[in-house]
Design a protein around this ligand. Structure first.
Ligand code: AMP
Length: 602
């Protein structure tokens, strides 16, 4: 049974797999690896999916749809024939074709897929993507973010040196920026920022408007078909421009020949408003990653629209460095998904890689607004860009006297008022009958690597209610397995016994020291505590490594101090002497007592 990686793109989709020690893109029947994400319907013939549908976009725009990925997770529907279809159903048709293609090429059944999604997809969009795969007969154990897949492919291409990257994934409908740290066998997504409605399609629209303006055409007065032809010309001219630097646009509209010139300077000007949005996303990303441009080793451009010279020009002006453009920018994400499919099958040729993602949106619960307004506000539990898995526990109190129940409503988003965020679900639990503010519940959020949010609410009587969200498609068995895994990750680094023990040793050194040494140890404790609570794997790892080295150093300097205090007498030789010398025994016991007293004081 094969596992394939799928890049379910806005414009094109691709499938890849790891076979006989090699990464392969899977071609369609026409030999092309790019499979247009388009679906059409022909009365009497049925559905057309892929290239055949894309061709009909021009001639029959009314019964052909594309770019539906932009509306995944929303209520938008498309009419095809006699019925309406959701983006989930249309995506399922594309996925089903990719599965069939792969089975034809691989000559075996494909049961499982690793599917990529934009990093900015919310839980509804992710959940709908999983459902689409399920409808297509594919089991999806793991969705991975498109930039994570790109970073995986980049690392495979350039080697395994430690690097800090920004992956700039500019496709047909979306722009995703990811701040990625690669070290050892870990690829850690530190922060993500993106826009689900900023892509090559917007550039086509801008060129379309430019063409209409130059020729005095009023877009609102043009027919659907005329607009589709202008849009198609705009896209062709844009692609021609990235090959030759110049494009002459010409089209007959309403019996009149219309023309316009397109070159790099004109396109740069036309794209200015889009570049402004991109700049904001960069600011957002660097702020969230607590970083600056000088700390970035490479900017990796992927996605079909990354081929545009004007985008490269804008980025090198913005960042002051030349971006790296991987060959075949539109295939990199699929290749990364294919590598990951190989990892899942434990391909011997691939070193086991750890891919960490971040939570793209803040997750929290609704609480009463203290200002007295009746609009509830969001109390964040897991902040956006926390590394997954992430876990957080907070206590909440009642707001009315002798209230019987607390209803914990769960939301996702960045807005102040809960109503402006995405509602995910709710859990109700009884509370002790007490005056307002005295009864409480502990709420724990755990968000795992598979994008499953586990919320547990416990009252002061020890009763617990739980809910698992964003994965209605999982079987009972899978839910149970995931729940077990969740148990393990619920304990953050700060609460793990070995780290607690390590901190206790620092605290003991702190108590036993004075002056400058004490100050230094205090600073070490601050650094380690902050590191352990940072929520970032690399920072946690650095904190632990440094803590170990410092402990060794403290032990060593302690020995030297003891040597000084005990007039240069070597402690261990002295211990050996104790068998022969009575007074040696007495002094040693004295020291142990002192140590025990210190232990008691702690
Ligand atoms: P993707 O979603 O990654 O497949 O990217 C699709 C987008 O890339 C569409 O907007 C295409 O018009 C655009 N694109 C594809 N090839 C080129 C090219 N050679 N130059 C500029 N844009 C391109």
């Amino acid at each position: 049974m094969a596992i394939i990686g799928i890049d379910l793109g806005t414009t094109n989709s691709l499938a890849a797999c790891w076979r006989d020690g090699r990464l392969e893109l899977i071609p369609g029947e026409d030999g092309n690896v790019l499979f247009p994400s388009a679906v059409g319907y022909v009365e009497g013939e049925g559905f057309l999916v892929g290239a055949a549908a894309k061709e009909r976009l021009l001639t029959n725009p009314g019964d052909t749809v594309a770019s539906f990925k932009c509306f995944m997770g929303t209520a938008k529907e498309y009419r095809l024939g006699s019925r309406m279809y959701t983006p989930m159903e249309l995506s399922a048709m594309v996925l089903e074709r990719l599965k069939r293609n792969a089975e034809r090429v691989l000559q075996e059944e494909v049961e499982e897929a690793i599917v990529t999604v934009p990093a900015y997809f919310n839980d509804k969009q992710r959940s709908d993507t999983k459902k689409a795969a399920q409808v297509a007969g594919l089991r999806v154990e793991r969705l991975i973010n498109e930039p994570s897949a790109a970073a995986l492919a980049y690392r495979m291409a350039v080697g395994e040196e430690d690097r800090t990257l920004i992956v700039f994934d500019f496709g047909g409908g979306t722009l995703d920026l990811s701040y990625v740290e690669c070290f050892d066998n870990v690829i850690e997504i530190v922060a993500v920022a993106g826009d689900n409605h900023l892509g090559g399609d917007d550039i086509d629209r801008a060129i379309q408007s430019h063409f209409c303006k130059v020729n005095g055409l009023v877009e609102e007065k043009l027919s659907l078909e005329e607009l589709a032809r202008i849009r198609n010309l705009a896209e062709q001219s844009k692609c021609a421009l990235s090959a030759s630097g110049q494009a002459d646009m010409g089209l007959t509209v309403g019996g009149r020949v219309c023309r316009a010139q397109l070159n790099e300077d004109i396109l740069f000007e036309i794209c200015m408003p889009l570049f402004g949005k991109m700049k904001q996303l960069f600011l957002h990303l660097l702020e969230d990653a607590d970083s600056r441009v000088s700390q970035i080793d490479d900017l990796v451009m992927v996605g079909g629209s990354s081929r545009l010279g004007v985008v490269k020009r804008f980025l090198s002006e913005l960042l002051g460095k030349e971006p790296v453009v991987l060959d075949e920018t539109d295939r990199v994400v699929a290749l990364g998904a294919g590598i990951y499919a190989g990892i899942r099958r434990r391909g011997e040729e691939i070193r086991d890689m750890l891919l960490t993602d971040v939570c793209p949106f803040t997750l929290g619960i609704g609480i009463r607004n203290r200002s007295g307004q009746d609009k509830n506000i969001l109390s964040p539990m897991i902040e956006r860009n926390s590394t997954l898995p992430a876990s957080c526990r907070n206590r909440f109190v009642t707001t009315s006297d002798y209230q019987r129940e607390i209803l914990v409503k769960i939301y996702q988003g960045e807005e102040y008022y809960v109503d402006d965020n995405v509602y995910l679900g709710e859990v109700a639990i009884e509370v002790a009958l007490k005056p307002a503010g005295q009864a409480w519940v502990d709420v724990q959020f755990t968000y795992d690597i598979n994008g499953i949010l586990h919320v547990s609410v416990e009252n002061e009587m020890g009763e617990r209610r739980q809910i698992l969200l964003a994965n209605q498609a999982l079987s009972e068995e899978e839910l149970e397995r995931y729940s077990k895994e969740l148990e393990k990750i619920m304990r953050p680094p700060m609460e793990q016994p070995e780290n607690q023990e390590m901190l206790a040793r620092f605290l003991a050194y702190f108590e036993n020291s004075t002056g400058e040494r004490r100050e230094h140890i205090g600073a070490m404790i601050d650094y380690i505590t902050q590191g352990l609570c940072s929520g970032r794997k690399k920072t946690v790892r650095n904190a632990i490594e440094n803590a170990r080295a410092w402990l060794a150093m403290l032990e060593e300097t302690q020995d030297t101090r003891e040597e000084r205090l005990f007039d240069g007498r070597d402690f261990y030789d002295w211990e050996e002497e104790e068998e022969d010398q009575e007074d040696g025994e007495a002094s040693r016991s004295g020291l142990e007592e002192e140590q025990e007293e210190n232990d008691d004081a702690r």
